[in-house]
Design a protein around this ligand. Structure first.
Ligand SMILES: *Cc1c(COP(=O)(O)O)cnc(C)c1O
Length: 381
């Protein structure tokens, strides 16, 4: 495989120090006492990133495992679950809930906008007989971040648990699990944290543990059952052999993120400069509000196909960008400015390459994307 610049909304580029961590010698994680200390430290680092005192876990599977494990562990057949749906991931969360027997009610809102806390509040004033609600922090396909800081306290007020997919937000958007009263929060290793794909990171509140422990029916499955993790540290016992090399990498990536005091502000600045560069050049963003700080979704200009854009960027510039999924297929392109991608040099190179590809296909622009970007970021430096 040739060396490419990865500008997709996850997986993101892995820093050399994180990459090298996978080459460290391994031990037997089940038997070596020092591994338990290392694993605990890594979970403590997760607490710092999530801003929580809640228990944090690392599951051996990409973020989707966390979504499914939450549903499998929390939901009993017949439970009413509210699925907050303003995008593809939001809607899909409802499918997982249904697999575990939930009666799913959708609170569906405009897919081009973030979820309105006011509309949610008036919906709940009529009907709030739900055990839990599922929602997505950042809708990666549309580039929209939802105000989970306002939504989760509303859910709590109406007596339901929040189960939040923050896979493409943790490490790129502000996230204060305890302050925002979030119950279950799910993240992944491969997006804003820029570690290798393959791990789910979770934060689980005591209300969520209580709900799991007061179930009437047993949890179906083993791998998806969160209670297998109970007291792993005290008992020095893991439910299965840990993917130790990946966790070495995660620990380095988390330390990098924790020590980076500009982490979140840089995501804000780079996202804003990227958006402004497209708008000034005459492009339309897909989102109407709630613009994500980790991914920008731009409508495809008339006169070329997404395949032409993708192929030319890859062949002539060795840059990989994302496209549309579901109803957005061929309608949009996406730039992931998250984690290790979120630096001015990488975004500038991407925009300059886009300028050249658009010129090659005679796509009209009112100005140059990369020059706009230089102007935008000059105010930050
Ligand atoms: C990336 C992502 C996931 C994980 O999904 P994959 O398709 O396996 O990458 C889950 N939720 C959101 C919001 C994501 O962006």
């Amino acid at each position: 495989m040739k060396n490419i610049m990865l500008m997709t909304p996850g997986p993101t580029t892995i820093h050399e120090s994180v990459r090298m961590a996978a080459s460290l010698p391994i031990t037997n994680p089940d038997l070596d006492p020092s591994y338990y200390e290392f694993h605990k430290k890594t979970c403590d680092d997760l607490k710092a990133i999530f801003h929580t005192q809640n228990e944090t876990l690392i599951l051996d599977g990409e973020g989707i495992l966390g979504l499914e494990a939450s549903c499998a562990s929390l939901i009993e057949p017949g439970d009413r679950v509210l699925c907050i749906d303003n995008g593809i991931f939001g809607n899909g969360f409802g499918d997982f809930a249904k697999m575990y027997g939930a009666e799913v009610i959708y609170f569906k809102t405009d897919y081009e906008k973030s979820v309105s806390p006011e509309l949610l509040e008036s919906f709940l004033a009529e009907d709030h007989n739900f055990k839990l609600a599922t929602l997505v922090h950042c809708e990666t396909p549309s580039g929209i971040t939802n105000p989970v800081d306002q939504i989760c306290p509303i859910l709590k007020k109406y007596g339901m648990l929040s189960v939040v997919d923050s896979v493409s937000a943790l490490g790129g958007e502000e996230l204060f699990v305890d302050d925002w009263q979030m119950d279950v929060v799910i993240a992944g290793s491969q997006k804003c944290l820029s570690a290798a794909p393959g791990l789910t990171l979770m934060s689980i509140s005591s209300d969520a543990w209580n709900m799991i422990e007061s179930r009437k029916s047993p949890i179906t499955g083993f791998y998806l059952n969160l209670t297998i993790w109970k007291n792993w540290y005290e008992n020095k016992w893991f439910p299965y052999t840990q993917p130790i090399s990946q966790i070495y990498q995660l620990e380095v990536a988390l330390t990098r993120a924790i020590n980076d005091s500009a982490l979140i502000s840089r995501h804000h600045q780079m996202a804003q400069a990227t958006r402004e560069s497209f708008i000034k050049a005459g492009f339309d963003l897909y989102a109407k509000d709630g613009f994500s700080n980790t991914v920008t979704t731009v409508c495809m200009p008339i006169g070329m196909t997404f395949k032409e854009l993708f192929d030319t960027l890859l062949e002539e510039h060795s840059i990989l960008i994302g496209g549309g999924i579901g109803h957005l297929k061929d309608q949009v392109f996406r730039i992931g400015h998250m984690g290790e991608n979120c630096y001015p040099d990488k975004i500038w190179l991407t925009l300059r390459a886009l300028d050249q590809v658009f010129e090659k296909f005679n796509i009209k622009k009112s100005s140059s994307l990369h020059k706009n970007f230089t102007e935008e970021i000059s105010s930050f430096i």
